[in-house]
Write a protein that binds this ligand. Structure first.
Ligand code: NAD
Length: 511
């Protein structure tokens, strides 16, 4: 959608929404929200199905991921059609953000699941290794609730779900009400694999449906969305001590050094800010460029932005805002910045040449941190540029935010780039690239500060949907413990001699 409008409730009293394509404003159907009872029943079915699903083991479960992948590969156009209808984005972006990334996530996770989840033997350190054996088991948590947003509706539903599934959990997904059918595609892919009933279900609905899922009898919540909703979910989870992962918003900074390749940096800035019409959690929201190159860099950025084609059909580069509140938010931030002294270098207004929810790709100068466009997440096609006189100033300004999702540094000196990146207080940083962490499962993905709690993807992500259970086996069949009592002075002296021998005399092989 898109444009989502609450309609008359159904005969059964369920809330119903009408959807419209944000690029054309044409109606594209409706959906009913699952209520508390519906969600409760889904979670019960998921709970019943979980032991059987877990019993298949990682290799057995990975087979279903491979079948879902095969279906995705042969139905790419069908998936893109649904996503484009609800979001209005260019087909290339639906392919890149949702379909390509989904294929890679399914394939990579299926290939590695057995290795990541295999029970392990670990060796206790020091003297303990003479007395104890240690086994580590990756046990499923049970039923996982996945709640997803509208900006990457398939990948942000599918990716956490497939990780939870392969770890042996069953999943109930609640996709965004703005893109319900794009989110549901994640479940549709699996429904063609012969997946046992109850293993992966979808509850269409709005925030109330999401809240019902969080409050239901689930064992973990994986949430992707806004900071405000993330906080509410954390509060609800705290009441039942349910673990959660929160992937929240960002206000990512880009630092352009004086030695940067300016064509590459300008290209990166434009892609970073305009990709998915700026509705990208790791989108470039602020640029800090060194004064020596600021003018040339800015001219290159503006030229590239002005060359972008905005549209609703055929070949175009930038789509609409996904839904009305987002368009209003972007307009309000830009208008407020301009009223406070910002200069619009290009764009700066709604694109009324098109019928849909289009905002013109925008570049701003003369901005500062008193403006919401700098201090808040904009989540639109807006790129504010600030000139700085030193890298220290750039780093200080980049870190002057409550968010901490990602960021980028642009320089031809790789070592310097890594060094500057390590000073940025964010979940991840790219050097000479826009934020790409989410697509690299070897790079744990997650935010700091207001940008989230926990990290996801790859081995760490899959194991995050398990309880790592250590099983400790005594090498002497429990005989030592049996001799614990009675305590005596002699026993204490033996312990003290042991402490002195190991850590006092530095017997390193026993430490
Ligand atoms: P949102 O918080 O409004 O909604 C996200 C989901 O939460 C939706 O499915 C919604 O129905 C549901 N929801 C709303 N209220 C709820 C409640 N009380 N309890 C449970 N669920 C509830 O966010 P959005 O507008 O859909 O998404 C945009 C935001 O998501 C942006 O801030 C963006 O940066 C962020 N995001 C973050 C990442 C990341 O990985 N860090 C990725 C994509 C998007």
């Amino acid at each position: 959608m898109a444009i989502v409008r609450e309609a008359e409730p159904t005969a059964a009293g369920r809330r119903r929404y009408e959807l419209a394509n944000p690029a054309t404003l044409a109606g594209i159907g409706s959906f009913e929200c699952a209520g508390v009872q519906d969600v409760t029943e889904m979670v019960e079915r998921a709970r019943e199905a979980q032991p059987g699903w877990a019993a298949l083991g990682p290799a057995g479960r990975a087979r279903y991921l491979r079948r879902a992948l095969a279906h995705l590969v042969s139905h790419q156009d069908d998936l893109v059609d649904v996503i484009v209808r609800e979001s209005g984005k260019p087909r290339t972006e639906a392919l890149m953000i949702d379909v390509f990334a989904a294929a890679d996530a399914l394939s990579h996770t299926a290939r590695n699941a057995e290795r990541w989840l295999r029970p392990e033997r670990a060796r206790p350190h020091g003297v303990l290794r003479f007395t104890k054996k240690l086994h580590l088991q990756y046990q499923p948590l049970g039923v996982v609730g996945v709640i997803s947003p509208w900006n990457g509706p398939l990948i942000l539903s599918l990716n956490p779900a497939l990780q939870a599934l392969v770890a042996g959990n069953t999943v109930v997904l609640k996709p965004s009400e703005v893109t319900p059918y794009s989110g549901k595609l994640a479940v549709d892919l699996f429904s063609r694999t012969g997946l046992p009933e109850g293993v992966f279900q979808v509850a269409l609905g709005d925030g109330s449906t999401g809240a019902a899922l969080v409050d239901s009898d689930i064992d973990k919540v994986h949430f992707t969305g806004s900071v405000a909703t993330g906080r509410r979910i954390a509060e609800s989870c705290a009441k039942r001590l349910v673990p959660y992962t929160l992937e929240l918003g960002g206000n990512d900074a880009m630092i352009v050094c004086e030695d940067a390749d300016l064509d590459a940096a300008a290209g990166g800035a434009v892609t970073g800010a305009m990709f998915n019409t700026g509705q990208y959690c790791c989108g470039t929201e602020r640029v800090y460029v060194m004064q020596e190159v600021a003018q040339e860099f800015t001219e290159k950025v503006v030229a590239r932005v002005e060359a972008l084609r905005q549209g609703a059909s055929g070949s175009f580069d930038v789509g609409p805002m996904c839904f009305e509140p987002q368009l209003d938010k972007v307009s309000a931030q830009v208008d407020q910045a301009v009223a406070s002294g910002a200069t619009v270098l290009t764009g700066g207004e709604r694109n009324t040449d098109l019928d849909g929810l289009f905002y013109r790709p925008t570049v701003l100068a003369d901005v500062d941190h008193s403006m919401a466009v700098m201090s808040e997440e904009t989540f639109g096609p807006v790129l504010p540029i600030v000139t700085v006189s030193s890298i220290d100033e750039a780093v200080k300004l980049a870190n002057d935010t409550t968010y901490g999702l990602a960021g980028s540094v642009w320089t031809t000196d790789e070592q310097r780039g890594v060094q500057i990146a390590s000073r940025m207080h964010t979940g991840s940083v790219s050097v000479n690239d826009m934020a790409v962490t989410y697509g690299i499962p070897e790079a744990p993905f997650g935010g700091r500060g207001d940008s989230g709690v926990g990290q996801a993807n790859g081995k760490l992500g899959v194991r995050g949907f398990t309880h790592i259970q250590p099983i400790i086996v005594d090498r002497f069949g429990g005989k030592q413990t049996a001799q614990q009592y009675p305590y005596s002075r002699q026993g204490e002296r033996t312990i003290q001699r042991l402490i002195k021998a190991i850590w006092g005399r530095g017997l390193r092989r026993f430490t």
